[in-house]
Design a protein around this ligand. Structure first.
Ligand code: 4NP
Length: 178
């Protein structure tokens, strides 16, 4: 592994996390394209910007179970590799326990947001939001790239990095300029 490569597992142990560190879960439909991409890119970006200690767990899952146990789509693996990010994620479906295990549950699109919200137990701690809430227009969708070409994946990645910086700014008051 070259020095610029970051193993996505590096942040999982949470061994050096601040006492007020948060857990973040990214959710799409299948957990093979957008949300594992978001998990890897978010982890990498917070590490690069020096916010690693602000997070204990960063994970992803899908609202559906079609692809449970599978590796991410080859186009996501390739896109992440192009940016020096390795992923060993295996797809899983959203679980009821996630609503108390995670502080933020971030949906890729409005359909994901509706499905997550309707599964949320009353009184559970997670803040469920559209990830695009941390973008410029607040309602930005990370569109499903599954049936499209590579361009959709490239667009998703740029949005995810932008929203990650928005998240760091809004939640931690970070100076994370574009
Ligand atoms: P994702 O993309 O929700 O970004 O993982 C999809 C993956 C698979 C399917 C749909 C979307 N599918 O219909 O199998």
């Amino acid at each position: 592994m070259s020095s610029s490569r970051v193993a996505v597992e590096d942040l999982d142990a949470g061994m050096h996390a601040d006492p007020d560190a948060v857990n973040v879960l990214f959710v799409c439909l299948g957990n093979i394209c957008r949300s594992p991409m978001a998990e890897g890119a978010f982890r990498r970006t917070v590490q690069q910007l020096g916010f690693k200690n602000k997070f204990r767990r960063i994970d992803s899952c899908g609202t559906a179970s079609y692809h449970s146990g599978e590796r991410p789509d080859p186009r996501t693996i390739q896109l992440l590799a192009k940016h020096g990010i390795h992923t060993s994620h295996l797809a899983r479906q959203l679980a009821t326990s996630d609503f108390n295990d995670f502080d933020y549950i971030l949906a890729m699109d409005d359909a994901n947001l509706r499905d997550i919200t309707s599964a949320q137990p009353k009184g559970s701690k997670a803040k469920v939001m559209l990830f695009g809430n941390f973008g410029d227009n607040k309602r930005e969708q990370v569109q499903d790239p599954y049936y499209g070409g590579q361009a959709g994946f490239d667009k998703n990645y740029l949005q995810i990095v932008r929203f990650t910086k928005g998240f760091l700014r809004e939640v931690f008051g970070a100076e994370a300029d574009e």
